[in-house]
Design a protein around this ligand. Structure first.
Ligand code: ATP
Length: 465
C-alpha cells in the first residue's frame, strides 16, 4: 500500500479531518514534520482544509536551531503558507526552574501551540508522530512505572485547546516517511541530538526497536492493532468508571472529593483503578504527568479496610486520607488551615470540613428536617447559650465544659484522647457561642449544654449527620 493511501485510510478511519478544518501544522524542520507539512500542501484542496504552520525554536542548539527556523520559514514562503514562529529561551527557563529539559521544552511548546490555536482560530493542531514513535512509547511505558493509560500509546486524536490534536502519520513508519520525502525531492534538517543515546527514547530507538524489527518487520503494524484494541477496551471501562464516580463521590466546596470506600470496593479492580485515574484528573491540570502504577497502588491500598486512619501524600501538596470508611482527596492546605468563621443559621444544612453536616431546628420541626437515619439529634436550651452559634477552628487555650466534669477540658487534650489525626486538628469544626466558649467538637464530643433526649417542648435541636 502506498504512503498516501495508508495515511488517507487512517485519516478516514479515525475521522481526523472534516471539510473546512483550519489546521495548525507543528513543524520542527525534521524529516517527519517536513513530510507532514508537505503532505498537507499537496493535499489541502483534496481534503478541503486551510493550513498554517507553527514552529518553536527552543534556543538549545545555538545557531543550529536558528537555522531550523530559517529552513521552515523558507519552505513556507515558497509554498505561501502562513508561519507562526517563536523563539523560547529554554536555557534561561531551566536556569530559573530546574527540571527535565524535554519536559520543559514540551510544556513551553504546547503552551505556545495553545495560545496560537486561539489567536488564529484554528480548530486542529497537527503533529507528525508516527508508527515508530508509537512502538517506542509503548515499550517505554512497559518498562516504566506507568499506568495502563500510558500502555495504550499515542492516540490518533485527542482534545486540545478547545479543538483537537491530530496525528495523521500514526500508522506510517519513519522509513516510509523518509522515502516519501525523498520521492518528493525535499530535504529536511537533521537534529544531531537524535543520534545520541542521552535520552531514553533514543536508546529504545537505537537498540531495542531494531531487535524487534528483526523478529517481525511488521512489528509497528502489530503494535498499532494492539494499542487500538487496548484503547477501545479502555474507553468502555472508563465510561463505566465514570458512572461509578457519579454515584459514589461527594464533592465539598468544589475542591474536596469524598469517596465511600464500601461502595468502591464493590466494583471490580479494573474499575477501581480507572476510578482513581478519573479522580486524579479532577485534582490535577495535567494528571498524565503524575500517573504511576505505584501511586495508583498506594491509593487503592488505603481502601483495603474501612477502619482506622491512614493517608497517602500526593504530588503538588494533595493528600488522600482514609477515615471512618471515607476516602478524602484534597489540598493539604485545606486540611491544615481553617477557613471558617461561619454563623450557624437556623434551618440550613452546613457541610463541614470533617464531612459532617449540621442543622439547627426548633424541636417541633425536627421530623421535617430529618432526611437520613444516620443523623444524631442533640437537644439544648437556646436561652442558656449566647446565639448565634459559630463554627470555627480551634484557638490556643480553647476548652470545653463536659457533663460530669468540674473543670473544662482542653480541646488539644480532647483531640489527643479522641485520636484526631494531627493534620486535621487545625481545621476541625468547633461549635462556639457568642461568649467565645466552645460548646461542641462536631462529630467528636458534645459539651454539657446538649442532651440526647428532649428536656422541654421548646428545645432547639442540633442535627448532626
Ligand atoms: N520545535 C518544534 N516546533 C514545532 N513542532 C514541533 C517541534 N518539536 C516537535 N514538534 C512537533 O511534535 C511532533 C513530535 O515531536 P517529538 O517526537 O520531538 O515530541 P515528543 O516530545 O516526543 O512528543 P510530544 O510532542 O507528544 O511530547 C513533531 O513531529 C512535530 O510535529
Amino acid at each position: 500500500m502506498s504512503f498516501e493511501v495508508k495515511v488517507k485510510l487512517f485519516i478516514e478511519e479515525e475521522q481526523l479531518l472534516q471539510q473546512d478544518d483550519h489546521l495548525l501544522i507543528a513543524v520542527s524542520g525534521g524529516v517527519d514534520s517536513m513530510a507532514l507539512l508537505h503532505y498537507f500542501v499537496m493535499m489541502q484542496e483534496q481534503w478541503g482544509v486551510k493550513i498554517e504552520a507553527i514552529h518553536v525554536d527552543h534556543m538549545l542548539r545555538g545557531e543550529e536551531s536558528a537555522k531550523d527556523r530559517d529552513f521552515v520559514q523558507q519552505y513556507c514562503e515558497t509554498h505561501h503558507i502562513p508561519l507562526h514562529a517563536k523563539a523560547i529561551p529554554i536555557p534561561a527557563i531551566l536556569a530559573m526552574e530546574n527540571g527535565n529539559v524535554q519536559f520543559i521544552c514540551r510544556q513551553e511548546r504546547y503552551r505556545y501551540f495553545q495560545e496560537m490555536m486561539s489567536k488564529t482560530n484554528a480548530n486542529k493542531l497537527v503533529t507528525a508522530h508516527h508508527a515508530d514513535d508509537q512502538l517506542e512509547s509503548v515499550l517505554m511505558a512497559l518498562t516504566k512505572n506507568a499506568t495502563m493509560n500510558a500502555m495504550q500509546g499515542i492516540r490518533g486524536k485527542r482534545d486540545f485547546a478547545g479543538g483537537s490534536l491530530i496525528r495523521p502519520f500514526l500508522t506510517v513508519t519513519k522509513s516510509e516517511i523518509r522515502a516519501y520525502l525523498s520521492r518528493q525531492g525535499l530535504t529536511y534538517r537533521e537534529d544531531a541530538s537524535n543520534a545520541k543515546d542521552d535520552y531514553v527514547r533514543n536508546r529504545f530507538r537505537h537498540h531495542i526497536v531494531p531487535l524487534l524489527e528483526a523478529e517481525n518487520p511488521k512489528v509497528t503494524e502489530q503494535v498499532h492493532h494492539f494499542t487500538k484494541f487496548l484503547q477501545e477496551d479502555n474507553e468502555l471501562l472508563m465510561a463505566l468508571a465514570q458512572d461509578v464516580f457519579s454515584r459514589i463521590v461527594t464533592v465539598i466546596n468544589g475542591n474536596t472529593y469524598c469517596v465511600e470506600i464500601d461502595a468502591l470496593q464493590l466494583e471490580p479492580l479494573a474499575l477501581q483503578r480507572r476510578f482513581i485515574l478519573i479522580l486524579l484528573n479532577y485534582l490535577y491540570k495535567d494528571s498524565n504527568t503524575i500517573q504511576s502504577y505505584a501511586l495508583l497502588s498506594s491509593i487503592l491500598k488505603l481502601c483495603d479496610t474501612t477502619t482506622g486512619y491512614a493517608e497517602v501524600h500526593l504530588p503538588e501538596n494533595f493528600i488522600a486520607v482514609r477515615r471512618y470508611g471515607t476516602l478524602t482527596f484534597q489540598k493539604k492546605a485545606l486540611v491544615e488551615t481553617a477557613q471558617y468563621d461561619l454563623i450557624v443559621k437556623p434551618d440550613e444544612w452546613m457541610v463541614l470540613s470533617n464531612r459532617k453536616r449540621i442543622r439547627l431546628v426548633e424541636r417541633a420541626n425536627v421530623s421535617q428536617a430529618l432526611l437520613t437515619n444516620t443523623a444524631q439529634l442533640f437537644y439544648f436550651n437556646a436561652s442558656q447559650l449566647k446565639l448565634p452559634l459559630v463554627i470555627r477552628a480551634r484557638k490556643e487555650g480553647d476548652r470545653m465544659l463536659l457533663k460530669g466534669m468540674e473543670q473544662p477540658k482542653r480541646i488539644s487534650r480532647l483531640f489527643i484522647d479522641e485520636k484526631i489525626p494531627l493534620n486535621e486538628r487545625n481545621s476541625w469544626p468547633l461549635l462556639v457561642s457568642q461568649a467565645n466558649e466552645v460548646v461542641a467538637v462536631i462529630g467528636v464530643r458534645m459539651g454539657m449544654f446538649f442532651s440526647t433526649s428532649p428536656q422541654s417542648d421548646d428545645d432547639t435541636v442540633l442535627i448532626v449527620d
